[in-house]
Each structure stands twice: as C-alpha cells, then as structure tokens.
Ligand binder design. Structure first.
Ligand SMILES: [Zn+2]
Length: 290
C-alpha cells in the first residue's frame, strides 16, 4: 500500500516537488521597541519551531535593534543563537532604512553599518541583503546605484515570492489573539495557494517559493502550525540558496516603483505576462488600521 501511495504521489505533477525557503526580516525582533524579554521569547519560539521541522532559515538583521543601552550583549547573544542553530544571517540595513526616503549615500551607509556586528559573528553573512519594505528603488537611477553597490560588496538581493501581511496580524494580536490566530493560519494558506497558481501561470510548474516573515510575536506563536501546514501541502524546506538555484530566479526583475511587490509580480513583465498577481487574496478588512 505504501509503495502504491508513493507512486500515486509522484504521478501528480509538482506535488512531490514543492519546495520553500523560509526567511525572517527585522531580526532579532520586529516592532518599534520590543523589550529584551519579548525579543528573547520571540527568538526562543521561532528557533524551536525551525529546529522541530529541520528548517534552515535566513534571518535579516537590523543592527540598530541591538543598540539598546545596557542590553547590547544579550541582544547580540540572540544573533549568536540563530548562528548556533545553523541559520544564516543577512543584512536588512542598520535601521530599516527606506530607499525611497533617504539619499543614495545614506542608504549605502545603512548597508555598511548594518553588517558590522553580524559579520564579526558570521563572516559568510555578507551574502544576502533584503531591502526594507522590499523597496528596491522608485527610479532606475536609485535602483541601479544600490544594486551595483550591493553586488560590489558581495551581496545578492534576497527576493520573496510569498508574504502574508504578518505585520497586520501582529498589530491586531494584542486585542484578540484567538481571532488573529485562526485568521492568520487560513490567510497564510490562501496566499501560499495563490503563489502556487501564479507560479504555474508564469513558469508552468511549482517553482521553489521564498516566504518572507518577520521575527515577531504572531510568528513565534504560529510558526509550528504554519510549517506543519506547509508540510501537509507537500512542501520540503530548503535553504534560500537552494531555492535561488532554480532557473526561475534568473528571470529579470524590471520593476521600478514605490511599492515592494512579490518577485512573482516583478517577473510577470519580463515573461510577457503582466499583472500576474491580479486577484491575490486580501487580508480581512478588520485588520487594517483605521
Ligand atoms: Zn523589515
């Protein structure tokens, strides 16, 4: 019976081959001013869930989040825990700079300042960079200037194909955790299913997906459930490096503008299929700040 089940599974195109890389932004802990206790709690829970599912993630660090007087060593220790667990750290600028709101020189300085502590802990962390808000440049000049600066420094820009508006759920969390939890799980399922559909529309197959999450409370509480649901959809967890080896990720990103869309959207133009994300799931209206 088990052999038959395996053969049937392999006979369904794509299903047995689903792969996903998990990435976290705003490491060690998202939010305007998380306490050390909150940052430790979020780190503990996220690393525990990743270990349980044998996920090797990338954590994109804002080093400004370490610079709290009296707490620096203990906040740096949180980064050391990511590294000790086998994860790769990356650069997310020093203080979460928005490329649309600072000069090119200021942004370059944010990149340089953003790697000082992290690189001393993990030399290979000067490898992936994630643009805050995934704002990659609203003009060709800005996009080109920072893209060249990153390449010269050895960085690859880390794309994402799926995000689940986790920051909106995070903002609503304190008021009604039970309601947020239930909606968060189902909304994540919806955006994953939608990305699979777009992936097939663009490439004719399920490409390896890259999920963008934040190191925040809602994920610390729901990550185990999320990984379990992804596994049930046929996913295996791969590193960002393995996902980016897929030829889909060599597709040009021609997007220039003020938003930070999924790379699935960006690739649409290059593949002659503009607006591939039309009809993407909207988070529930009650989540939006009034
Ligand atoms: Zn961020």
């Amino acid at each position: 019976m088990r052999t038959l089940a395996l053969i049937l599974l392999l006979a369904v195109p794509g299903v047995a081959e689903r792969r996903i890389a998990i990435t976290f932004d705003d490491v060690p802990c998202a939010g305007p001013r998380p306490t050390l206790a909150q940052a430790e709690d979020v780190t503990n829970r996220i690393l525990e869930a990743l270990a349980a599912y044998k996920v090797l993630a990338v954590g994109f660090v804002n080093e400004a989040r370490l610079q709290v007087p009296g707490e620096r060593d203990r906040r740096v220790a949180l980064l050391e825990r990511w590294i000790a667990a086998g994860h790769l750290l990356g650069n997310h600028t020093y203080s979460h700079a928005d490329l649309d709101k600072v000069t090119i020189e200021e942004y370059q300085d944010e990149i340089v300042r953003g790697e000082v502590v992290t690189r001393a802990l993990q030399p290979e962390s000067r490898r992936y960079f994630r643009y805050p808000y995934t704002h990659t440049g609203a003009t060709p000049e800005r996009k080109g200037a920072i893209s060249r600066f990153l390449s010269a420094r050895g960085y690859t820009s880390a794309p994402f194909t799926i995000e689940n508006e986790d920051y909106l759920f995070e903002a609503a969390w304190a008021a009604d955790p039970a309601k947020v939890e239930a909606t968060y799980d189902s909304y994540t399922d919806e955006v994953v299913a939608f990305a699979e559909k777009v992936s097939r529309d663009l490439f004719g197959r399920d490409i390896p997906q890259v999920l963008l999450l934040h190191a925040n409370q809602v994920n610390s509480m729901r990550l185990s459930a999320m990984l379990s649901r992804l596994r049930a959809r046929g996913y295996t967890f791969v590193t960002l490096e393995e996902a980016l080896h897929d030829p889909a990720y060599a597709t040009r990103d021609d997007y220039v503008g003020p938003f930070g869309p999924s790379w699935l959207h960006r690739w649409g133009a290059a593949l002659g299929k503009p607006k591939p994300m039309r009809g993407s799931p909207e988070p529930p209206a009650w989540l939006h700040p009034q």
